[in-house]
Unconditional design. Structure first.
Length: 391
């Protein structure tokens, strides 16, 4: 099979989609499926990842709100790319404008839409949280539902990484929505990387004793991640127990995150760790992973935490909740700092048991190999069935 992926949500500096693309190229090489991933970037470049896999970067404008991201300048650019790179199957990794261009492509190749973004949860539901019911918000944003339903008429698959997102899309009339959960890099994350000395140093930097609780937050500094809410939850819980939060990330909302942290010595914002071995040790050495976003489409960080034997504390909405295993994770009311604080304290009270359960669960976390086996298998089945697109 020859697959071309138009990936419009790619950042050359990092992030979940960049990680996903790296895994995809590895899987393509392993499975022998010729795969070309095309992304917006700073320069025109082709990076061969092996005999069957390559990353094609197209010099593109920067996204104004976050210049780490680029976007394909217009539909003609995408049309030219699809003409230049022949395919048996076309994949689109953004539900926005590039999805329209791929849908309009006159070729008969079947195509899939990967829901790497959940615009409703990231923006609409968050903006009007507490002001309107979900049904009312959906009606107000019916233009976007109509957009998705038009795409659904062309795309053979709309791939979701969480069952919750698939159910919501199906309820909105997206008939081709399916769930293919993602996973973690096999053999990389492990409770065995726990480093008590690293944990002690981090607590000391936050002026806390070794018997304090070390929370870890990882993610882009952007409004939908809700880091100020997490910081407030940690601050409230900190009145009752010694708690420190290490926050790894960066992004266009950095100023608001630093403002929320203020002069609190128990909040330690750090830039992202690029060394993967150090990152694995950080996961394994914390006491809990905490998260604020209810808009995750899979929750890669939560999966990596569980694979590291790290219990999780997450909102009760969004894909992150899919990773809560009984006894190895807790949820709090989405958008509620007081509920977040109460849940942190409940986790601390049960810390030894939760950590033991998380370590036991770590070996059962789904891997990216399994994800891509299922994804390419679904594409192969469509090709063998003779399905063709109607653009």
């Amino acid at each position: 099979m020859k697959l071309v992926d138009i990936s419009g949500l790619y950042s050359v500096t990092g992030g979940g989609i960049r990680t996903y693309v790296r895994h995809k190229l590895i899987a393509a090489e392993r499975l022998g499926h010729d795969t070309t991933v095309i992304v917006p970037g700073y320069e025109d470049e082709i990076s061969e990842a092996g005999r069957y896999a390559r990353l094609v970067t197209v010099k593109s404008p920067r996204f104004p709100l976050d210049r780490n991201y680029g976007y394909f300048e217009n539909d003609a650019v995408i049309t030219g790319l699809l003409e230049a790179w022949p395919s048996d199957f076309i994949e689109c990794s953004s539900p926005w404008f590039s999805a329209n261009a791929v849908a309009a492509w006159p070729g008969q190749q079947p195509r899939s839409l990967i829901m790497h973004a959940d615009p409703f949860a990231a923006w609409a539901y968050r903006w009007f949280e507490g002001l309107a019911r979900r049904e009312t918000i959906d009606r107000g944003f019916d233009w976007y539902w109509r957009h998705l339903r038009r795409l659904d008429q062309v795309y053979s698959l709309v791939v979701c990484a969480s069952e919750g997102l698939r159910e919501r899309l199906a309820g909105g009339g997206i008939g081709h929505a399916i769930t293919i959960p993602m996973g973690v890099e096999p053999g990389f994350y492990s409770p065995g990387y726990r480093d008590p000395a690293l944990r002690a140093r981090l607590l000391e930097r936050m002026e806390l004793p070794e018997d304090g609780t070390l929370l870890l937050g990882i993610g882009r500094f952007s409004p939908e991640k809700r880091w100020p809410l997490v910081i407030e939850g940690v601050r409230l819980a900190g009145y009752h127990a010694p708690i420190g939060l290490v926050l790894l990330g960066d992004g266009h909302a950095r100023a608001s995150v630093l403002k929320a942290a203020g002069e609190n010595p128990h909040i330690l914002p750090l830039t992202p760790i690029r060394d993967r071995q150090q990152m694995a040790a950080m996961f394994a050495s914390a006491d809990f992973l905490i998260h604020g976003a209810a808009s995750e489409t899979f929750g890669m960080v939560q999966a990596e935490a569980l694979a590291s034997g790290l219990p999780i504390i997450v909102p009760d909405e969004g894909a992150a909740v899919d990773h809560v295993r009984p006894g190895a994770g807790l949820t709090y009311a989405t958008g509620d700092a007081a509920s977040c604080a109460e849940t942190i304290l409940a986790a601390i009270a049960d810390r030894p048991a939760m950590q033991a359960t998380a370590r036991a669960e770590s070996a059962r976390v789904r891997t990216m190999d399994e994800h891509f086996d299922d994804l390419y298998g679904a594409y192969q089945a469509i090709l063998e069935s003779g399905v063709r697109a109607v653009a």
